[in-house]
Design a protein around this ligand. Structure first.
Ligand SMILES: C[S@@+](CC[C@H](N)C(=O)[O-])C[C@H]1O[C@@H](n2cnc3c(N)ncnc32)[C@H](O)[C@@H]1O
Length: 250
């Protein structure tokens, strides 16, 4: 019997062991199908307190992250070769897949923790990062916390190779997370202007995502799963939840 078991192919072993192991607990609270969504949708109109103070990210994948995924999916082909991302690899690995040959994770010293950081540097201070090092820079939820956004954009441009691409996203309608010392919000026009200032107007593409319903939802702590794809898919610049910029170094 033992001999029969040990001769099973590895794939079959994995399947058997996987079934015996207890299912991995989700990092999010348990949802009761239908009911959790209904209760959350009702909460859009009642009570001054939100369901979450971190834009729903403690309840499930947030509306901001849903929109960032749309942006990254559209421009996934830009994520290739030598890449740089901030704090962790949440977009480069998922959307760059095998096109990525090298990935650096940058984190500013003293700004919270990053177990994944391979480079610790302040891009607003003199640093020894070589120019023209990266084919792609993925910079999400960072520009709104830096003290000097125009200088930061110039520095991102310096780090790109000619033809290299910056994919950047910032929250527009969102609660403030004070521990990150959030300083700014960028309107779609403001981010396009800032991108054009560093990269040239012909080299930037802007995307803004969201509408009054999903903006209200993000503020109230609702998550992407609590809206239909039709509701999430209506985009009205005036009420953008997430604003994203693709910029190419000419
Ligand atoms: C709020 S975290 C967001 C990171 C992550 N990309 C995300 O989407 O959640 C901001 C990141 O920007 C970095 N950062 C902030 N100011 C910086 C600066 N002046 N130079 C370099 N990195 C900076 C922080 O260290 C941190 O890794």
């Amino acid at each position: 019997m033992i001999a029969t078991l040990t001769s099973l192919p590895r794939r079959m072993w994995r399947a058997i062991v996987g079934r015996l192991r207890p299912a991995r607990r989700s990092k999010y609270p348990r949802r009761i199908p239908g009911l959790t969504t209904l209760a959350a949708r009702l909460r859009l109109g009642f009570g001054a307190q939100p369901l979450s103070v971190v834009s729903g990210s403690d309840r499930g994948p947030s509306i901001h992250r849903y929109y960032l995924d749309l942006f990254m999916r559209e421009f996934a082909a830009d994520i290739h070769g030598r890449c740089l991302e901030f704090q962790n690899d949440q977009y480069t690995t998922r959307f760059g897949e095998s096109r990525v040959s090298h990935l650096d994770i940058l984190h500013k010293e003293g700004s919270g923790t990053s177990k994944q950081a391979t480079i610790v540097a302040d891009l607003l201070a003199p640093n020894d990062l070589p120019s023209a090092s990266y084919d792609a820079i993925i910079c999400t939820h960072t520009l709104h916390i830096v003290e000097d956004p125009p200088r930061f954009m110039n520095e991102l441009r310096r780090l790109l190779t000619p033809g290299g691409v910056l994919l950047l996203g910032v929250p527009h309608v969102a609660g403030i997370q004070p521990w990150w010392h959030e300083l700014w919000r960028f309107t779609p026009e403001g981010l396009a202007w800032l991108g054009a200032r560093s990269f040239g107007a012909g080299n930037v593409t802007l995307r803004s995502y969201g509408n009054t319903l999903t903006a209200a939802g993000a503020m109230r702590g609702l998550i992407a799963a609590e809206f239909s794809s039709r509701e999430l898919g209506l985009h009205d610049d005036r009420f953008a939840v997430e604003v994203c910029l693709r910029a190419v170094k000419a």
